[in-house]
Ligand binder design. Structure first.
Ligand code: C5P
Length: 232
């Protein structure tokens, strides 16, 4: 898979999501289904978007004991999504279990990536709330190496951390990066952010963009702008 823009379809329900995607006449953007939409509409939403021809990143960020994650992943593997994820904080044992669960009898599986530290987490919040005192960059690199050693395909991280992840884990290890904002846009609740152009320069493989596209007056134009800045 090449470099691409993944639209975070953070909608409250099916109709809002389909109305949004209907604006993209003739185009089938790579989409991300997260907790909000999945919890509202269930697996049928995934099947529907798959049937419409979209590639799907199912962003459910699993984080539980290895046995539970393995069984949940076995269920998700049947949805035939392109990418799904877990929290690296679940530890190597949980990530290895996730791969076992996700792998189908024929040996195929969707890409599996790990969330390192959420892009809404700052150094201060991590120290205060999680009692992790190391520099955020070191924590992200360590989580990425653990994910890589567990056999995962990449991580979700801030674009600002993409190059250090590549250095730690190799160029083929994927970096999927939310926290992307246009130079002239709002940052919202995201903290470790950059522009699509910045993410490209920093070596992201995929950028995940939500509100800058979904809340734009012209979402298709915003998507095109993202794609152009990121891939040109
Ligand atoms: O609207 P916005 O562009 O901030 O959307 C970013 C998307 O990426 C959201 O769906 C959010 O859940 C997701 N995400 C994130 N940071 C992570 C992992 C996922 O922002 N570390």
């Amino acid at each position: 898979m090449g470099k691409d823009v993944i639209i975070a379809c953070d909608f409250a329900g099916k109709q809002a999501c389909l109305d949004f995607l209907d604006k993209f006449t003739g185009r089938k953007p790579f989409v991300k289904i997260g907790m909000e939409l999945f919890y509202a509409e269930g697996p049928q939403m995934v099947r529907e978007l798959k049937a419409r021809g979209h590639k799907i990143f199912l962003d459910l960020k699993l984080h539980d004991i290895p046995n539970t994650v393995e069984k949940a992943m076995a269920v998700l593997s049947k949805l035939e999504v392109d990418m799904c994820n877990v929290h690296a904080a679940g530890t190597a044992a949980m990530m290895e279990a996730a791969i076992r669960g996700l792998t189908r009898p024929d040996g195929t599986r969707p890409l599996l990536i790990a969330v390192t530290q959420l892009t809404s987490t700052s150094q201060e919040r991590m120290e205060r709330d999680l009692l992790i005192a190391q520099p955020l960059e070191e924590v992200v690199s360590h989580y990425a190496k653990t994910a890589c050693n567990a056999g995962l395909d990449g991580v979700v991280c801030s674009p600002l951390e993409a190059s250090q992840v590549k250095t730690a884990c190799g160029a083929a290890f994927l970096t999927v990066t939310p926290g992307v904002r246009f130079a002239d846009g709002e940052s919202g609740d995201q903290v470790r952010i950059t522009t699509p152009e910045g993410a490209k320069a920093l070596g992201s493989d995929y950028i995940v963009v939500g509100r800058p596209i979904t809340d734009a007056p012209d979402p298709v134009a915003a998507y095109e702008r993202c794609l152009k800045e990121f891939t040109d």
